[in-house]
Design a protein around this ligand. Sequence first.
Ligand code: NAD
Length: 441
Amino acid sequence: MFKIAVAGTGYVGLVAGVCLAEVGHQVICVDVDENKVNAMKSGLSPIYEVNLEALMQKNIAAGRIDFTTDYQDAYKDADAIFIGVGTPEQPDGSANLANIATVARQIAESIRKDCLVIVKSTVPVGTNDKVEQFIHDFLVHDVKVEVASNPEFLAQGSAVHDTLHAERIIIGTASKWAEELLMEIYEPFRLPIVSVTRRSAEMIKYASNDFLALKISYMNDIANLCERVGADIQDVIEGMSFDTRIGSRFLKAGIGYGGSCFPKDTKALQYMARQHGYELRTVSAAIDVNHDQKTILYHKASARLITFNGLKVAVLGLTFKPGTDDVREAASLANVPLLLDQGADVYAFDPAGTLNFSKHFPEGEHGNGRLTFATNAMEALEAANVCFIFTEWDEIKAVSPVDYNQRMRTPLVFDGRNLYEVEAMEQAGVEYYSIGRNSTR
Ligand code: NAD
């Protein structure tokens, strides 16, 4: 078993740290956020992920995981240091590598024994070569240090399961030493490992994410055409899904992808290609379709109503997907400000994302409108003039067609996740608009 440090305790770092401890490694997680570290020390997870907190508490009790802001102490005698800090999008679409550079420098100043640095963060191809050089440039003690790429494929909402039962682990290394060490670290997981070069590993991550983003945008494009030609996207999806060359997963129409990964990773790959004089037209198309898709329901609703001013608008779902508290790049963030600008009285419900959403838009007056957080879906729907569905949480799926009719002042529903059968909503007397299907009228 190895002594492992993990830099960054977000969705990737914390889940990696907890799962590495779970298989028996001695783990110390480092974050710059003192509040987060204090909460984690007392067994509280700063993020919502199924099973994460329980596993965290179990491994704290077993003495296999600890949390600190003291990076020097954490890094100095680690066998391996995983980097899982954020690489957010910059205004020009490129990845911001400032956090990676900071950690690389902190590692160079701290390590006192041979160490493998493993980059889990999503970084442009060639970054790991630079990180290795950067560490060597700032190295204080005479130790051997190498960098490996180990991109992360977990999906928020099922992050712990995705890590413990990953379909594959990608490792990109530049030496036999690094390859063998990383394989040994992952040995207790007993999962398939694909070992490639660092650059190929970096590219596998972008190519995978962007393929999924493309798949989503393609289906949304087809859904928009379905509406115009009188086909039903749900039927089309069913028909396509039997073709194993296409596969049934991610074959969905909706109001576009969000989250911290697809939006930034499509733009980063597009930027990287342009830097090399190549226009990645497929990915650019995915980005364009997604941009328009996010507000497609808002525009449909605007065309249906005279104004939102003074209307009570129920918003069901704020997170970019169910099972997470993350609202980064969520459809709600694109639509709620438009509604508030138009003077709507927005009542929003989300089972986990309210706190994060309130960091962008707190409860209260916003220009002409007002935002209130409801404690459940029924409360949000009470006497509402119109309802938008942005996230397919179970708590939202549990609302029946009849509930919309009975609760709302006017049962007018714009569903971005195709949660209901059109006929069922029609029969319940709901005026229902969704994605890629013929609307009620
Ligand atoms: P996040 O924003 O949730 O967490 C990053 C953490 O790093 C924060 O807690 C921050 O305080 C901390 N941090 C920043 N600088 C630090 C430093 N110098 N030392 C220690 N900690 C520091 O990010 P995330 O969603 O976990 O994503 C991390 C990386 O993994 C990104 O590159 C992302 O693209 C990639 N990724 C994310 C997912 C996902 O589903 N979220 C999946 C696969 C890959």
